[in-house]
Ligand binder design. Structure first.
Ligand code: TXA
Ligand code: MG
Length: 359
């Protein structure tokens, strides 16, 4: 069960400076120290309200290259750029149009990333060779203070080894990243737990390229018609994902994950049948489920919470735990594709390689 795709993990041995910061009482000496590391072209992992980011100076090609190396990330996958102030955007992009301005006013700082046509200051190493750049302003105070202290925009993808679930807790970072980056700034668990929503405003109508906690419904309230990139609803190769990162295998634990859909009682019955078959084969099984169901399965369960917001917050932590516990097969209850449920199902389908058992 344990085979399959593995990320490239080149050997990097760096001395990593690791510090913990209290978000309730932010130590500005630590912020200045890590801000200077970023200004000097070094790599720093830091918390945001979505997931932890692996940051470097977005304007410095060499610094951006170190991010790809640390993550084992394909070089055509562009980096997302973080700013600490709305005014910084104009220095990086050709134009901020009316729709972008409306979104920035309504959702920034926060988990919404907007695509813009980039200015030449953004090197092609950062934009993955594209003429556009993805920008967001995080609401997390530690993140914003750190970016401000660095005095540069910060390119930061999620701080996981490429292909693995994104880290949402301090404990997720050290195992994979100690020795691969210059600095790690540990803070609290990330509030939202799934990466930012990405929106492209360049087409006939706005298009969501990656669903997140700023939901389609919230975006439609501000912009009217907004659609979701059709490539997200299938794994068909003939529909090209507009966010290059969405085409790669993603969020994949070593365990084989299956989504089980259908009416609640039927789903519980089906999963319990599968658990029995697996246990006869000596396979270690777990179930990812809503709290109300967590006592109904005859195996280890990961209680994802009572609400979809809680499920989003807990999902990546549960996927990471599957591997720590050596689980062979995991069944995940399906969620309604409404509100944050769209983002949850997008991440779950990818981690399950689109295997869905219908009951
Ligand atoms: O919440 C987040 O967005 C986190 C935190 C750290 O801010 N960051 C994050 O970055 O998720 P990353 O690199 O893991 O995902 C960024 C996604 C990738 O799928 C990438 O392909 C896409 O954004 N992207 C970046 N620049 C793009 C561009 N110019 N056009 C289309 N897609 C782009
Ligand atoms: Mg990522």
């Amino acid at each position: 069960m344990k085979g399959g795709w593995q990320p490239t993990k080149t050997a990097i041995f760096m001395k990593t400076i690791i510090k913990t910061i209290n978000p309730e009482n932010i130590d500005m000496d630590i912020i200045e120290e890590f801000g200077k590391m970023l200004a000097d072209g070094k790599t720093v992992i830091f918390p945001t309200e979505t997931v932890y980011g692996l940051g470097a100076n977005a304007l410095d090609e060499n610094a951006a290259s170190k991010i790809y190396e640390a993550k084992g990330r394909p070089s055509d996958n562009p980096l997302l750029v973080h700013v600490s102030d709305i005014d910084d955007v104009e220095t990086l992009v050709e134009e901020v149009d009316e729709k972008a301005r409306l979104l920035m006013e309504k959702f920034w700082p926060g988990p919404l990333t907007i695509l813009f046509n980039k200015k030449d200051v953004i090197p092609s190493r950062t934009s993955g060779g594209l003429s556009t750049v993805a920008i967001r302003m995080p609401s997390d105070e530690v993140a914003r203070k750190l970016i401000r202290a660095s005095k540069v925009p910060i390119a930061a993808p999620s701080a996981n080894i490429s292909g693995k679930p994104s880290p949402t807790k301090a404990e997720h970072i050290i195992k994979d990243m100690d020795g691969r980056v210059d600095g790690i700034l540990l803070g609290k668990d990330c509030d939202f737990g799934v990466e930012s929503t990405i929106i492209d405003l360049s087409g006939e109508y706005p298009m969501v390229l990656r669903p997140g906690c700023i939901t389609l419904e919230m975006l439609r309230e501000v912009l009217g018609k907004v659609e979701i990139d059709p490539s997200l609803s299938s794994m068909a190769d003939n529909i090209k994902a507009k966010a290059p990162g969405m085409k790669y295998k993603h969020y994949s634990p070593n365990a084989e994950v299956y989504i089980v859909s259908g009416e609640n009682d039927k789903r519980i019955k089906k999963i319990n049948e599968l658990i029995k078959v697996n246990s006869e084969k000596g396979l270690k099984t777990a179930v990812l489920c809503m709290k109300m169901n967590s006592s109904k399965y005859n195996c280890m369960t990961f209680d994802l919470g009572n609400s979809y917001e809680e499920v989003a917050h807990n999902l990546f932590g549960a996927l990471i735990k599957l591997d720590e516990l050596g689980i062979d097969i995991a069944y995940a209850e399906s969620f309604e594709e409404k509100g944050v449920g769209v983002a949850i199902m997008n991440r779950l389908k990818k981690s399950a390689a689109y295997r869905i058992i219908e009951t």
